[in-house]
Design a protein around this ligand. Sequence first.
Ligand code: ASP
Length: 340
Amino acid sequence: MKSSVLLIYTGGTIGMHTDPHSGALVPFDFNHIYEEFPSLRRLDVEIEVLPFEPIDSSNASPELWVRLAEIIRENYDRFDGFVVLHGTDTMSYTSSALSFMLNNLTKPVVFTGSQIPIGVLRTDGRENLITAIEIAAAKDSKGRAEVPEVSLYFQNRLFRANRTTKQSAEELSAFVSNNYPPLAEVGVSIQYNRNHIRRPKREGAFGIDTALCEDVAIVKIFPGLNERVFRAMLSSGARGVVLETYGAGNAPTKEWFIGALREAIESGISVVNVTQCSDGEVNMDIYETGVALQQIGVISGRDMTTEAATAKLMHILAHESNPKRIATLLKKSICGEMGQ
Ligand code: ASP
């Protein structure tokens, strides 16, 4: 039997083509996908398109994340897999958030997009789209989905979505997953890295959890950050802070800095430490500058990306108000977003 895939189009560069009259880039009508890409008919996949009013992903918000989760729930039984076309700028945020919102996922949800519009000759979107559909439809020899995860496909590599970051505004290979190997690599054939693909342990019923607390801030430290500015950042009303520190999780040991953070934590704010480096992880045991953070109750985000840490905080804070329990949940991997 043919596999079926729901293609959800939210916007972004991938959805643009050149208007034959004006020559300007205008949104492409994904309802006419087969006319534009007759080659899609050669895939042994039934594709249904669900187009949104397209947005640039700079305007993406938790409202979009909830809508996507609801659409996937409403259509879960009808399709074998889902492809979400999304702008690249915030794709890692949306897909990370979805990984926390979709529970007991047994079907693929593959995010993709492109750096060059799909209607431009040299587009990277055509290959991204076709392969993402193939992956969303792929089954193993037992008839189970090959990749029952929220993933992100870009330029020949399939990643666990909550491990990704957009690394380039120029290269076609726009995304990296520095702390986790690709789930699949695409050359002449698609090679699945089955040892790295997450499978639900027990097959509970699929469900969504759309509760999100938006009272979260990302605070990036830098040499020259002064006390007034830092205190203002911490008193923004956020219940959770993703603190982007240096290297292996280091930050100034100045009294005012540690003092401001301690006060914030004592007032009930949860602070998660992630590194500004593009790979490697936070280890607050190595340097005095990290130990000081640990002592006042800063939580190690280990090898989590900023995107995943932000989505995880939003998810946990929506369910929990006790800082100790929040810390316990933050330290555990929920859906493969951090190393064990
Ligand atoms: N600004 C666009 C977006 O994120 C960029 C892209 O899709 O590549 O929607």
